[in-house]
Design a protein around this ligand. Structure first.
Ligand code: FES
Ligand SMILES: [Fe+2]
Length: 314
């Protein structure tokens, strides 16, 4: 198939790491959105992301660069770039700083234990915020378990699973194809889907509701409701490394009573649910114009919805 037929890199907030993994003063080389980037934590604790190549002679700022205050210092001739603006603010051997001495600054935000970066194809500023998920820091809910997977797939195809009720039965062994309803918020950018189905749980078989929120393309949650007094919540951010590779990070929690009853195996069971998709994801191709059948209404709807998150290609 024509490899260029995959969609580009969508616009939105995408996780590029876990907050706990980036200490003050740490500098990391990262690659997302088909861009070389430097991620660092400043002396006042802010996580910053800049385009990696120095505007001087092109050294990679993460390969030997150091945090100096709120800046990162290039390893080659020690030019210092402000983390917030990307402007060069210090050249130790020269008083006058050229106007063009700057690198692209990427907006960052830390929420839910993750570091997010704003990507926009036309470099427009963020027009929505990463939601704060109360369950991830509530004492009635267990300390979130986290994991991440890297998959050779376009990120849109991973997100598409969310509006694919049939696969829930075929891949995830649900007892029947769940009946699914969707509605939209925030000018059609946020999507809420709820599926109704009977499910086996550690407490017995219940009529369950699976609530799934999507904040634009790539950020989503899954919440199970239906077991009296117990809840399960999964938050995930799916980030394009490039058009053919995706990393998905998950934070999963449940009410404490669920862990008390079902033990740690409960979490293992949940994460293996995510892994059920892996073999399909890792080996499928993207079909820009799939053959849909009559019952694929939600998939058609998903493709239409997803199209809004791409900047026109020039
Ligand atoms: S290449 Fe970065 S300061 Fe010279
Ligand atoms: Fe799935």
């Amino acid at each position: 198939m024509d490899q260029d037929a995959v969609p580009g890199i969508p616009n939105g907030w995408f996780a590029v790491g876990w907050s706990r993994d980036l200490a003050i003063g740490e500098v990391r080389r990262i690659y997302y959105f088909e861009e070389e980037l430097v991620l660092f934590r400043t002396r006042t604790g802010k996580s910053r992301v800049l385009s990696a190549y120095c505007s001087h002679l092109g050294a990679h700022l993460a390969e030997g660069g150091r945090v100096a205050g709120e800046t990162v210092r290039c390893p080659f001739h020690a030019w210092q770039y402000d983390g917030e603006t990307g402007k060069c603010v210090e050249i130790p051997y020269c008083d006058r700083i050229p106007k063009k001495a700057k690198v692209r600054a990427w907006e960052t935000m830390e929420r839910n234990g993750m570091i997010f970066v704003w990507h926009h194809g036309e470099q427009k500023p963020p027009d929505w915020e990463v939601p704060e998920i109360p369950q991830l820091s509530d004492s009635d809910w267990a300390e979130p378990r986290t994991f991440e997977i890297e998959v050779p797939i376009h990120m849109q195809d991973m997100a598409e699973n969310n509006l694919d009720p049939v696969h829930f039965q075929v891949v995830h062994s649900m007892l029947s194809v769940p009946d699914t309803h969707i509605d939209f918020a925030e000018s059609g950018r946020f999507m809420h889907a709820v599926s109704y189905s009977e499910q086996e749980t550690p407490y017995g078989t219940f009529d369950m509701e699976l609530h799934r929120d999507s904040w634009c393309l790539g950020m989503s949650s899954v919440e199970s409701r239906g077991i009296p007094t117990a809840g399960l919540y999964m938050f995930s951010s799916t980030t394009p490394i490039d058009r053919h590779t995706t990393v998905s990070r998950w934070a999963i929690t449940s009410t404490n009573n669920m862990v008390d009853t079902a033990g740690e195996e409960w979490f293992t069971g949940v994460t293996s649910g995510v892994r059920d998709d892996m073999r399909i994801w890792a080996n499928k191709i993207h079909r820009p114009n799939p053959v849909f059948c009559e019952a694929d209404k939600l998939l058609v709807e998903f493709r239409k919805w997803a199209a809004q998150f791409y900047s026109p290609t020039v």
